[in-house]
Write a protein of this length. Structure first.
Length: 560
């Protein structure tokens, strides 16, 4: 680790910033290429919807975007139950306002934000690495490992095409725990990218403020954490846990209370906690939001056990663990080293807290893992290899040459899974199917709903199209999201039963009356559920039709 004294830390020079800019351009170009392919390859009669992964969540965010354009607090439109407009998310509120000011469409705003978030993350990461590494080459390698590194999922991919006969073992370990994969976040989840950048910035400001004994950094860290909290309140759990453990270790090291660090943490906590309190309030005071939180486990993705975590994080975690020399004795360790090791250890345990969203508590763990792995490579592995070569009297390279080759090899070894994930996006999109693409008739039907119905009207459809309804027509969806739709599995069964030709009209009417359904959407996705034709029911009146789809309005007076 670099010495504590600021004067001994080499500042970032212009050549390094050139490297950062080139890295940003390469990563953004690579992660943009699947979107370009999706748009230019869309067959006639179909439209690429602008998502690469996790359509349900992104459609939910687009719904927030739409509602925040006209309101400060919004309701949950991904469920038919009446609910109060009490939800707030700073990120999507800001993006909604930017959309209003610029006149850009939501998919355009999403791409602009994705590029901005990716660039901001790389800049913050390189700056953070400069706090820990004096040598420029080590900074670059650490930044590349953090930004481009991935796990051992490529081994599972090799097995898929050899021994397991087309079955991908443990698919969640490859592509579902994306909070620890910076490249995947930059490609598909910019809200996680910017959140990770804010986590790093918060801890960096705390560290600098502590070392310089200047509370202004504490206030800056608190404001950054506040911005983060109004987007992802759960990220505060990790930040608070790391700061608390950091203060404890510093107290043990100093054999006294580090009052400045205590003040630092209190300032950060006081400034940022209000967003967390509000999240706790609405998820306890309002039944719909309480049930949304309770369904967070429906995704079925939790923190991987230690064995699977090795698959998720791969070589950087293995190297970080094997070269980890512990926190004790604390005496003689500078705050940089104590903080990064604290972050590494604490996140591992926080990630197993018994919460439904525990997997997100490991978000950004790739940063301390990448830094410690790079430190282990250059300060433990390479010196050991160098000494072995010297003792064997067969040394071929200088230590500088060995460092260069080992660093480059390390980066090459951590990227294969992301190469697969990028390539697979093209394979998936090339199928041109739901949910990445909708038929133009689906789009036209959503546009008709937007123009001819009230925003409070509930529309029943298959989830495939239903997840797009709140964002693109502004209506309330009967079935849209695995968590935001109350009683998700129950409503999934209701929709399947509704479009089953064997279901009697009395059962359909019960669903319509219970949830005040006003419109039925029937297209290719609904036909895939069953061959029920709504036109055969006298209380459903066709009000819009296209070759592939229809919209029916409920007329309950006919059903009396």
């Amino acid at each position: 680790m670099v010495a504590d004294a600021e004067k001994n830390r080499k500042l970032i020079n212009s050549k390094e910033w050139f490297f950062v800019i080139v890295l940003i351009l390469i990563l953004l170009a690579l992660t943009t290429s699947p979107y370009v392919f999706g748009y230019v390859s869309a067959p006639s009669g179909q439209q690429f919807m602008g998502f690469l992964l996790n359509v349900s969540d992104h459609a939910q965010y687009f719904s927030w975007y739409r509602e925040f354009q006209s309101s400060f607090l919004i309701e949950n439109k991904l469920t038919p139950e009446p609910n109060e407009p009490v939800f707030f998310n700073l990120l999507w509120w800001v993006l909604a306002k930017v959309g209003l000011w610029t006149g850009l469409e939501v998919v355009q705003i999403f791409q602009v934000f994705r590029l901005f978030a990716g660039a901001a993350f790389i800049v913050v990461i390189y700056w953070f690495c400069s706090l820990f590494f004096k040598r420029v080459w080590e900074r670059k390698i650490a930044s590349l490992v953090i930004a481009c590194g991935s796990g051992l999922g490529w081994i599972l991919v090799v097995l898929k095409y050899t021994l397991t006969h087309g079955e991908l073992l443990f698919p969640e370990d490859v592509h579902s725990r994306y909070g620890t994969n910076s490249f995947l976040c930059i490609m598909s989840f910019p809200h996680f990218t910017i959140a990770n950048a804010l986590i790093v910035a918060t801890l960096a400001l705390v560290l600098i403020g502590y070392k310089r004994q200047r509370l202004s950094y504490s206030f800056a860290a608190g404001l950054v954490a506040l911005v983060l909290a109004w987007q992802h309140a759960y990220d505060l759990i990790t930040i608070y846990a790391v700061l608390l453990a950091f203060a404890i270790f510093e107290a043990v090291k100093r054999k006294g209370i580090p009052w400045y660090l205590i003040k630092n943490g209190l300032i950060v906590g006081f400034l940022s906690c209000w967003a967390a309190f509000y999240s706790l309030y609405i998820t306890n005071a309002y039944p719909v939001w309480q049930q949304v939180l309770a369904q967070f486990g429906n995704a079925g993705i939790f923190t991987a056990d230690p064995f699977h975590m090795l698959i998720v994080m791969g070589l950087p975690l293995i190297l970080a663990v094997l070269t980890f020399d512990g926190l004790v004795p604390l005496q003689g360790k500078d705050p940089d080293e104590v903080l990064i090791k604290t972050w590494f250890v604490v996140t591992f345990f926080v990630g197993y807290l018994p919460t439904l969203y525990q997997v997100h508590l490991t978000n950004c763990w790739q940063v301390p893992v990448g830094i410690l792995a790079t430190r282990g490579l250059f300060h433990r592995v390479i010196p050991y290899v160098n000494s072995v070569m010297e003792n064997a009297r067969g040394r071929r390279w200088s230590q500088k040459q060995l460092s260069r080759m080992a660093g480059a090899a390390f980066v090459l070894l951590v990227i294969p899974t992301n190469v697969y994930l990028l390539a697979w996006r093209f394979v998936d999109l090339n199928r041109h199917g739901y949910p990445w693409f909708l038929y133009q008739d689906d789009i036209v039907a959503l546009a008709w709903l937007e123009e001819n119905t009230a925003p409070s009207d509930v529309v029943l459809s298959a989830r495939t199209v239903g997840q797009y309804i709140p964002a693109f027509s502004g209506n309330k969806a009967f079935l849209a999201h695995w968590a935001a739709t109350v009683d998700f599995f129950g409503k999934t069964e209701m929709v399947e039963r509704f479009f089953d030709v064997q279901t009697d009209d009395g059962s359909r009417l019960d669903i319509i009356r219970e949830f005040d359904v006003r419109y039925i959407l029937r297209g290719e996705a609904e036909r895939a559920l069953g061959w029920y034709d709504p036109s055969t029911s006298p209380y459903l009146v066709e009000v819009f039709s296209t070759p592939r789809g229809q919209v029916f309005q409920v007329d309950l007076e006919v059903a009396q």
